[in-house]
Design a protein around this ligand. Structure first.
Ligand code: XUL
Ligand code: MN
Length: 344
């Protein structure tokens, strides 16, 4: 029972297992084969980086990029899938080495703004209005290397340029406090939504909240979601999990903190998230130890955990909870939650 929730993931979520300390451990799976896995795993939409949709786009003219993106649209449609969003992948290109939108070199900033326009062209061809900005290298390794005031202004100018390039697109900023940079700009949803309000079209700028990113910022993911939901600004989520303050783990949803996962499902349900028409995105990685033929289980498992927790949310004894709240007996409420999660 999926409720009315619809799920998405990105092709990078089925991967070869390389990490900073070791090479790949599984063979690559072609994009066409990955697409065939989506429906079987219970997913309806594909999250794209611009160059997932149009590989080698830097070598192509804008017209050719649009043509290849249109071919990709046909390919996903033939599998019964839609595109959820497109995100400009600035962080792998040499010109994005110091960040793109906030690079000190004006030539790099120009490149990033042009690339963002091509990303919008791709989104149009894929028939999605949503652009995700994960601001990977927009930040610093050492604080003195940039003027942060100037950098935030450049970032806003880039967001405005995107909104002005296309009056239909929506931008979801995906905050993350660190990694790959030491200190990232826009580390929380509060920063993202403050920028949104200062843009030329605030209603078209919102956020995508990833569980692990909120945890890395020392914040509660469900409250981060609630903050955006209270303003109608939660444009997507990246559910996953994170075991404490370390590298961005992208563990399966609920794997480290099942109660935390319950609260994320609860807040989405409280806001009737499916009625917004938005997708529940997952951003999960298989463990490096996983063998190739079972390196997709983390996706189906994360979705299954979401649906089990949805059942827990929907069967939660709300009346008893209200009595506990009225009596301000939060110890009783705590036990009620734990008993409910453990089952009888
Ligand atoms: C990085 C991350 C990205 C974005 C998409 O931490 O989460 O995969 O979600 O660019
Ligand atoms: Mn993510």
């Amino acid at each position: 029972m999926a409720g009315d929730y619809r799920f998405s993931f990105g092709p990078w979520n089925i991967h070869e297992g390389a990490d900073p300390f070791g090479p790949t451990v599984r063979p690559s799976i072609s994009f066409a084969r990955k697409l065939k896995m989506y429906k079987k795993l219970g997913f309806d939409a594909v999250q794209f980086h611009d160059d997932d949709a149009v590989p080698d786009m830097e070598k192509l003219t804008p017209a050719k990029i649009r043509k290849e993106a249109a071919a990709m649209k046909k390919m996903i449609a033939s599998e019964g899938l839609v595109a959820e969003f497109v995100a400009p992948r600035l962080w792998e290109h040499p010109q994005g080495i110091d960040g793109g939108f906030t690079a000190n070199d004006p030539a790099c900033r120009k490149w990033a703004n042009e690339r963002a326009k091509r990303c919008i062209d791709i989104a149009n061809a894929l028939d999605t209005r949503l652009i995700v900005l994960w601001l990977a290298r927009e930040g610093t390794y050492i604080r003195e290397s940039k003027n942060a005031i100037e950098a935030y202004r450049w970032l806003l100018e880039s967001i405005n340029a995107m909104l002005e390039y296309d009056d239909k697109i929506e931008i979801a900023i995906e905050p993350k406090p660190n990694e790959p940079t030491d200190m990232a700009y826009v580390p929380t949803i509060g920063h993202a939504l403050a920028m949104a309000q200062h843009s030329v079209d605030p209603k078209r700028v919102g956020g995508l909240i990833e569980t692990a990113h909120a945890l890395l910022a020392g914040l509660d993911p469900s409250d981060e979601m609630a903050f955006a939901l209270s303003m109608g600004k939660l444009f997507s989520v990246h559910l996953n999990d994170q075991n404490g303050l370390k590298f961005d783990q992208d563990k399966s949803f609920g794997a480290a903190n099942l109660r935390g996962a319950f609260n994320q499902v609860r807040v989405l349900e409280l806001a009737d998230y499916p009625s917004t028409g938005r997708f529940v995105g997952l951003d999960v990685k298989a463990m490096r130890t996983q063998k190739a033929d079972v390196a997709h289980k983390h996706l189906a498992n994360s979705r299954a955990v979401f649906l089990r927790l949805l059942e827990k949310v929907r069967t939660f004894p709300n009346e008893i909870a209200q009595d506990c709240i009225a009596a301000r007996d939060y110890e009783a409420l705590e036990m009620l939650v734990l008993e409910h999660l453990m089952g009888s």
